[in-house]
Design a protein around this ligand. Structure first.
Ligand code: TNX
Length: 527
């Protein structure tokens, strides 16, 4: 009997030690006080700029409105500087924060607005899961939470070209990312199926290049793209949520939509023989001065639209100049002679270095898929995105050669792969990408401490060839992105898939309340 009692007590104690927060915080200590939040509870803000978002987030979590405290009056919830903590508690830095919940109130301490914002997300999750009494008051367990991210880059890539998401869908995605402390949206805005970013100097990029998508290639398909005004709005919306949007303009390959609009910049494509349904893979012309200036002009407008992106991504993936019949060979041979380039691979390197100089000149780092790691770019001004999971050597060489790297290998980070063996719509490659493998990433890579210093972070990528509708995109993204967020934030020592699975259902509910249609692993909801 006594043993049973001890076991029960133990089970209760461990259950109580798990708070309903994703990503799981670094250090949680519970105390035996309780905080009662009631209607009219007040919030003392750290700055008034973010007032509406902070109050809306907390009020949504509580189910009743919270009100801002007057400057002179401390609130039930207070956002305070890091320096106001008692001496014995380590001061949070950067994106980190400390939350203290006592009988008197909940205080969020941070050194930066991003730290306060992440603390806000934790507190909102705690409030939502707090105990309700009959009158709607919420009781929160006393706690001290110390938290900070493992990786600086916690990202998600969205392919807008193959199928277009649009403003409302992107804002909803940003809301979800913010809740789980993700901080980079890598925005794949151009590809062969459609050009989605308005460029004032070259309007046909969107009016012609924006037409259609992977499912509809008819010439009279409507153009789908973001105007510059919409982009500014979305960038500001993301910024308020401490998410940086990093634009990608894919070049020199994946350029069909652009060269359809401006054929004078066509670097020659190739039609795969015997495969008429495939689009030709057009490239930009590396040998034409006007094409390089055209791309410079585009990059200048992109830089102005994303002034705080830090990185402009140039793609650089899957290009092979000169496949099959190549009408541009003579022009390119002239370039090779002039620049002393020995082969077509050297032309690719020359091209990426040339565009990288433009980007660095605009004071951005050059991002690129892992092919750029062999282009000998300036290490401090470049960022390599490792995607070829079947080529681990590419990652190790990039690290050995001192590049900073974002890890997004197809397995398990590509969300166009199915997440359950019963799913049919989506890719597989010697397996698929279940929630548990996304969660466990990147432990299997066995990165050394030195490697990890060069790893800026991790990200998931959604390519949208098969993701035709928003419901489909939601199903592929969620809840895997929740798992990726915990993998990006929480140190290995605190990661635990079984508690994650217990914390997930409440978040599936939250996602549904936002109008998102996630896959539900506990019910194996149908595709
Ligand atoms: C390869 S991943 C690509 C994308 C495709 C993806 C899925 C990468 C850098 N390039 O263009 O969408 O495979 O088919």
């Amino acid at each position: 009997m006594r043993r049973i009692f001890t076991c029960l007590l133990f089970a209760f104690a461990t259950a109580a030690a798990e708070i309903q927060v994703i990503p799981r915080p670094v250090d949680v200590r519970e105390t035996d006080t309780r905080l009662h939040l009631t209607k009219g509870a007040t919030v003392q803000l750290a700055d008034t700029k973010t007032k509406d978002l902070v109050l809306a987030t907390l009020s949504e979590a509580a189910g009743f409105p919270l009100v801002p405290a007057l400057a002179s009056k401390p609130g039930s919830i207070q956002f305070l500087p890091a320096t106001t903590l008692p001496d014995r508690i380590p001061v949070p830095k950067g994106e980190g924060y400390v939350i203290r919940i006592t009988g008197e109130g909940a205080n969020v301490h941070a050194a930066t607005p991003a730290g306060h914002f992440h603390g806000l997300q934790t507190l909102a999750q705690l409030i939502r899961s707090g105990e309700r009494d009959g009158q709607g008051a919420i009781s929160l367990g006393g706690a001290q939470i110390l938290d900070a991210p493992r990786f600086a880059w916690r990202g998600f890539m969205l392919d807008e070209s193959r199928h277009f998401t649009g403003e409302a869908g992107v804002k909803r995605l940003l809301d979800g990312m913010a809740r789980y402390k993700l901080n980079r949206l890598h925005w794949h805005l151009t590809d062969s199926a459609g050009w989605r970013i308005e460029i004032k100097k070259y309007p046909k990029l969107t009016t012609i290049g924006g037409r259609g998508n992977e499912s509809d290639r008819s010439a009279d398909a409507p153009a789908q793209f973001y105007t510059q005004e919409q982009i500014r709005g979305i960038v500001a919306y993301a910024k308020e949520r401490h998410i940086t949007i990093v634009p990608e303009i894919d070049m020199p390959g994946h350029a069909d939509a652009a060269v359809l609009a401006y054929p004078e910049h066509d670097g020659g494509g190739f039609l795969q023989k015997g495969n008429k349904d495939k689009w030709p893979h057009f490239t930009f012309n590396p040998a034409k001065k006007e094409t390089l200036s055209f791309l410079d002009d585009i990059l200048k407008e992109v830089a102005a639209l994303f002034p705080e992106a830090g990185v402009i991504h140039v793609g650089g993936d899957e290009v092979h100049f000169g496949w099959h019949e190549w009408p541009k060979l003579q022009e390119v041979q002239a370039l090779m002679k002039k620049e002393r380039l020995k082969d077509l691979a050297a032309v690719e390197t020359w091209f990426i270095r040339r565009m990288s100089m433009t980007i660095n000149g605009l004071r951005f780092q050059t991002g690129g898929w892992d092919e750029i790691a062999s282009r000998d770019l300036p290490r401090d001004k470049s960022l390599v995105f490792w995607w070829r999971h079947d080529k681990p050597q590419v990652l190790h060489d990039a690290l050995k050669n001192d590049y900073s790297v974002v890890l997004c290998p197809r397995r398990p980070c590509y969300f166009d792969f199915v997440q359950h063996d019963s799913h049919k719509v989506g890719r597989r490659w010697g397996g698929f990408n279940p929630l548990s493998e996304v969660y466990a990433f990147p432990a299997a890579l066995k990165l050394s401490a030195a490697d990890e210093k060069q790893v800026r972070g991790i990200q998931a990528c959604l390519w949208t060839e098969t993701a035709v509708t928003q419901a489909r995109r939601d199903f592929l993204i969620w809840p895997r992105l929740v798992a990726l967020a915990e993998a990006a934030w929480t140190p290995d020592s605190r990661k635990d898939f079984s508690t994650f699975e217990q914390r997930l259902p409440a978040e599936i509910e939250w996602l549904r309340a936002k109008g998102i249609k996630p896959y539900d692993p506990s019910a194996n909801s149908p595709e």
